[in-house]
Write a protein that binds this ligand. Structure first.
Ligand code: HGY
Ligand code: MN
Ligand code: MN
Length: 416
């Protein structure tokens, strides 16, 4: 950690240690994490984060979606805060850095300012957004979506997980339902540091991604209904095989995404087969098609072709089909001034950098609707994420966190 303003750097070793300590909570089975939102493990991770924040002299508030706001006062508390953060919840086969890096790098900023006795004009707030992943309760970025006014609070509370548990009930059960109204905390700007979750920065040996845009996302849940019957004794012409319908539709999803190459992507990560018995032809399948593209027209075309091709396949196989849009947001253009703050920080610190479109969705994508926002990205090994083998070089975390530090300080104003 050095302190010659232009080359101010944070304590990267302490940041790395905190990431490793957080990774001990909700361990996966292969070295990563399974700390899904509103599970006991998530609750444990939140408590550890709150302990660290309070030890750093921050006051922690929680809103009605469970989002945590840890505040460091500025010299002028009449000014809106500069905020930085991300999420602590993970995928079932999550890595140690997705979301966590952004939250704990923001905490390291505060720890470093405390060490150096640096005051800022604006307050600084660190944010842990609830349910960024959307894996247990769809859609993703749920709490930041309520904050941005995209989702209604009661609608969010009614989201159900695969076992029928409701988001609002789980939030109460795990003890993290706060009393602050969602959206009551106004912000001057929001910055999010995140691993790229893609291959570009590592392949180009570039330290920093200056995220100018985020691609749009569309989640459509498809339900196909056929007829359970014996896999052995049911003649082929008599079958109404919902599993076959899903297979043909997923082939189409791949073809549709490729037809919008090179930027569009498409797949299904969530699949439920009923009754999922080895000798029963599936009578019902439910699966979620995830389409993404930086181009809104491409997303709309992919959604429309999913429906028309799906209808034709269902008819051909004697199946019923229904579609439900369960998540989505338009492509995002981040705030130019916040993006410039990130770029200036990278240049000041001498890090290589390039503009980047985020392939994954992030809380900043929703927050940007109501607060000027931008993102900083660092490479990850093989671009791999949502896999327990997710890995980054500590030097990448350090560079990303230092850029976040300078972007936040330039925006908050350093007083001493
Ligand atoms: O789905 C996403 O892009 C994010 O990782 N939740
Ligand atoms: Mn994430
Ligand atoms: Mn993720």
């Amino acid at each position: 950690m050095t302190d010659t303003r232009d080359n101010l750097q944070l304590n990267a070793g302490r940041l790395w240690d905190s990431i490793m300590d957080m990774a001990k909570i909700g361990p996966g089975v292969a070295g990563g994490n399974n700390r899904q939102t509103l599970t006991d493990a998530d609750g444990e991770g939140r408590t550890l984060f709150q302990t660290w924040c309070e030890a750093a002299g921050l006051t922690v508030g929680v809103d009605q979606m469970g989002t945590m706001y840890a505040r460091r006062d500025g010299t002028d508390s009449s000014l809106l805060p500069v905020c930085a953060g991300s999420h602590l919840d993970t995928q079932p086969t999550g890595g140690k850095y997705d979301g966590v890096l952004g939250v704990l790098a923001a905490l390291e900023i505060v720890r470093t300012l405390n060490d150096l006795g640096i005051r800022t004009r604006r307050p600084i707030e660190i944010i842990n957004w609830t349910n960024e992943e959307g894996t247990r309760f769809a859609p993703p970025m749920l709490a930041s979506g309520v904050y941005a006014g995209v989702h209604d609070l009661e609608w969010a509370y009614d989201r159900e997980d695969g076992d029928g548990a409701k988001f609002g009930d789980e939030l109460m059960r795990v003890g993290w339902k706060g009393d602050e109204a969602v959206g009551a905390r106004k912000m001057h700007a929001f910055f999010e540091l995140h691993i790229e979750q893609g291959p570009i920065l590592e392949a180009e040996t570039t330290d920093i991604g200056v995220v100018t845009h985020g691609q749009g996302l569309s989640w459509t849940e498809v339900t196909l209904v056929g007829k359970e019957s014996h896999t052995g004794s049911t003649p082929m012409p008599m079958r109404r095989n919902a599993g076959l319908g899903m297979a043909r539709i997923l082939e189409e999803v791949d073809r549709i995404a490729w037809s919008h190459a090179p930027y569009a992507v498409g797949a299904a990560g969530h699949v439920e087969v009923f009754p999922n018995s080895r000798n029963v032809i599936p009578g019902r399948v439910v699966f979620t098609v995830d389409f993404r593209s930086p181009d809104r027209a491409a997303i709309e075309d992919m959604e429309s072709r999913l429906r028309s091709d799906g209808e034709a396949i269902a008819q051909d196989l004697g199946l019923e089909i229904s579609f439900e849009k369960v998540g989505g947001f338009d492509p995002v253009t981040f705030d130019p001034d916040c993006v410039a703050a990130v770029r200036v920080a990278a240049e000041r610190l001498g890090y290589s950098h390039r503009d980047l479109v985020s392939g994954a969705g992030h809380d900043a994508c929703w927050v940007n609707k109501v607060v000027p926002s931008a993102m900083v990205m660092c490479p990850c090994v093989d671009g791999l994420s949502h896999n327990e083998a997710e890995e980054i070089d500590p030097a990448w975390a350090e560079a990303g966190a230092n850029v976040l530090l300078h972007a936040v300080l330039d925006t908050a104003g350093v007083v001493t």
